[in-house]
Design a protein. Sequence first.
Length: 381
Amino acid sequence: MQIMAWSCTYFLLAVMAPPVAQSLVAPLPVIVGGLAWGLLVAGVCAPSVGRMVDRFGGRRVLASSSVLLAFGLLGVAGATNLLTYYVAWTVLGGAMAAGLYDAAFATLGRLFGARARSLIPVVVVLASFSSTLGWPLITQLQAAMGWRCACLVLAGLHVFIGLPTHLLLIPVAGPSISVASPAATTLPLAAVKTRDSPLFLYLATLLTCQAFIVSCLSVHLLEVLRMSGVNADSVLLVAMAIGPAQGLPLALEFLAGHRWHPTWSTRLAMLSSFLAMTCLVVEPARMALLAAILYGAGNGMLTIARGALPLSLFGVAAYGRYLGLLARPMLFAQACGPLLAALVLSASGPTALLSGMWALALLGFAISFLLPVSETRLRLP
């Protein structure tokens, strides 16, 4: 279901933006802006979604995401102007908040507690196939029946496959765990702190820095490499190396991640991202492939740490809430990053953009050393 959710949100416009722009007689950036708007909506909704998972479990939330995805895709299919198109992306934004990583991670935490860490890599691995499977499917549907009918088919998939799968396969969670619950005999000390605690702010800043870098590179990497002197054949090779580079850390985390604290994974991920940005700043023409491998490996590892680290630091009781609060600035960064990067790229060139991302990677790496590497437990009465 993660493959379907990511394919119909993040990766939808990679295929459909040009025909949608032509049909609605709108500039391509305005059409692509629908995704940015959806991410902003998702950021607003994310904390509420996290609290709902903590209170009711993830079954209802993930099932509702299938319904919202279906209605959002129906709205896109029926859009006749920019207003109705952006209304549809408002619905899809709510679906992203309720159906992507954060809701899935929170559901695992609600069902399995600390054991969820070993299952988070499975979700990430499955979602990594979204572009591999989603893009060809959407391309074939669009070529065969047009973009509007393709959206209708995708909406049907969420109604007839996604919704029953969520309702039938996700068990009903038990009563929510509170700090005063007798069942919760130990909780991390950080679990009873507020979101304004330094620990939360450190983690939020680190993840937001990386989210900004990822969003910028996802959209502008090929153009940055071309402007930096990388030849056309090498540009494609570099881009293709990112996906496989994420596989090794995912496999390692799945097989042996339980043996070390996720803070170490976070530090290694941010170091990898920092080294990748350093390669691109120092010698992009010669070190682009190495940078892509380092960037892919770091991003894959940090995606898992994004779910595992809050579970370790803040505990199970409010796991969904903390994931939602952390997701908000990350989604805002993902929404604004490509636009800001485009402005810097057009005004100052690739060196300025890469230098800015290098500074963010350095900041994230430095902050990772402010995070603890063991849980401080609070004994409850």
